[in-house]
Write a protein that binds this ligand. Sequence first.
Ligand SMILES: *Cc1c(COP(=O)(O)O)cnc(C)c1O
Length: 224
Amino acid sequence: MSIKENLAKVREQIPSHVKLVAVSKTKPVEDLMEAFDAGQRAFGENKAQEMINKQPQLPEEMQWHFIGHLQRNKVKYIAPFVSLIEAVDSLRLMKEINKEALKNDRVIDCLLQFHIASEQSKFGLDLEEASAILEDPEYKTLNNIRITGVMGMATFTEDEAILRREFSTLREIHNKLRHKYFSNTTTFKEISMGMSGDFKIAIEEGSTMVRIGTAIFGERNYPV
Ligand SMILES: *Cc1c(COP(=O)(O)O)cnc(C)c1O
């Protein structure tokens, strides 16, 4: 099946209120262009170097989502054009993004990444850590970033009960933060969860944004 056909098949399974991010990491620009020609606009990359290599070769209208762990020394390279940084998990990183956003005279949208899977990972916040950041006086001075929601990755499993539990945990976290810290805005609305293997369950559990790679572009040649 072609990328175009894969995309159509994925889109059939996604309601219109859920945003589709086509995860194009490791894939050549020709593949992204094929998806673009089929109407896809948001693309997800998890390496800064790869994103900055691809971006100038592709149409301006492409929206670039950074979905991986972002090192602070790489922020400056993506700050001019990135449309959403999905995996923010520290105040230090937020400060760096804010600084580079300011230099580029823009506001950069970010999601807070939460650790919801049972697998060990260095990345992602829990509710307490997120609250500490959002209550930090320094956070309140960051006028060039805007937190528009949360992001998380479930355990790599086919066990539906585990997936549902983890996705609903992220939805509850979003809800709590929204009430406590974002009640005077309408922009804290995204719950980015769901990948090729689990997006249907994620959508049932309240996802507003799915990040899908393999089901659109096929298997990646090397795991990342
Ligand atoms: C690779 C990746 C995806 C997409 O995974 P697929 O299983 O290929 O759909 C989604 N989110 C993140 C953070 C990723 O790194």
